[in-house]
Design a binder for this molecule. Sequence first.
Ligand code: NAD
Length: 275
Amino acid sequence: MTVPTIALNDGTQIPQLGFGVFLVDPDDTERIVSDALEAGYRHIDTAAGYNNEEGVGRAIAASGLSRDEIYVTTKLKNDDQGAKTAPIALQRSLDNLGLEQVDLYLIHWPTPAKDLYVETWKALEELRAAGKTRSIGVSNFMVPHLERLLAETDTIPAVNQIELHPYHQQPAVTAFGNEHGIATEAWGPLGQAKYPLLELPEITAVAAAHGKSPAQVVLRWHIQQGNIVFPKSNSRARIAENFDLFDFELSQTEQSSITDLERAGRVGGDPNVVN
Ligand code: NAD
């Protein structure tokens, strides 16, 4: 099965569906990422803060796939923000992953109280020029943070990775991204299983109509919205289920009925507060 790719504003392409490893235990990461690669995923989303980059790297090395067949994202920890520390942190991540270059490097959170994200972004511009990462982007950036980057630096982020699921669609920041060519990556695409998204009648009815699972319907909704997603699961069966999204299509009415669930229902941290 071929996963569609999304063209980023720097001329590169990213697979629209990947596998995320937040809260995957470091001891289990190699096995679980190997399961994902075997199921067909070719895009892995990790972070220095997840403490499991080594396991991701071991799974990639063991897969027998060539480097250019796998898209790898990692993220700069909040404590490593700053012009001097960011290059050291990316090199540490590369060493952990056993790679010469990542495909995408993100500032994990804006942490506005630190007021370091502009100088950190300039360091990421240099890291990209040095070939340590093919693309650079941000995560959890809200409109004012993006506006500052656009006003004070030379590079528009390739992506913004934000909490996004039917209860929390972040219309203002996604509209800003669309206007400026910043692709939206949806973290917590299943709401991190923190509210009964998969039991909502609006979702289960659509799932029954297509003979698919509620999780597949929500992930398909993301794909049709144009979001980049990387659902996480430790279970081999769910890993395969979450990859099987390309043999059905939601009608416009079904798509809108899910979009109508929006209620500003954040389940993760507030980007204006997280430090
Ligand atoms: P998610 O929405 O992918 O939810 C994961 C949980 O959903 C699983 O633990 C499981 O309980 C459940 N689940 C998964 N597949 C299922 C299925 N088929 N049926 C029923 N339940 C299922 O949440 P997430 O892991 O937080 O988000 C995905 C990825 O996004 C992460 O792994 C990480 O890579 C990234 N992320 C980034 C940030 C950030 O700040 N940038 C924050 C959180 C997550």
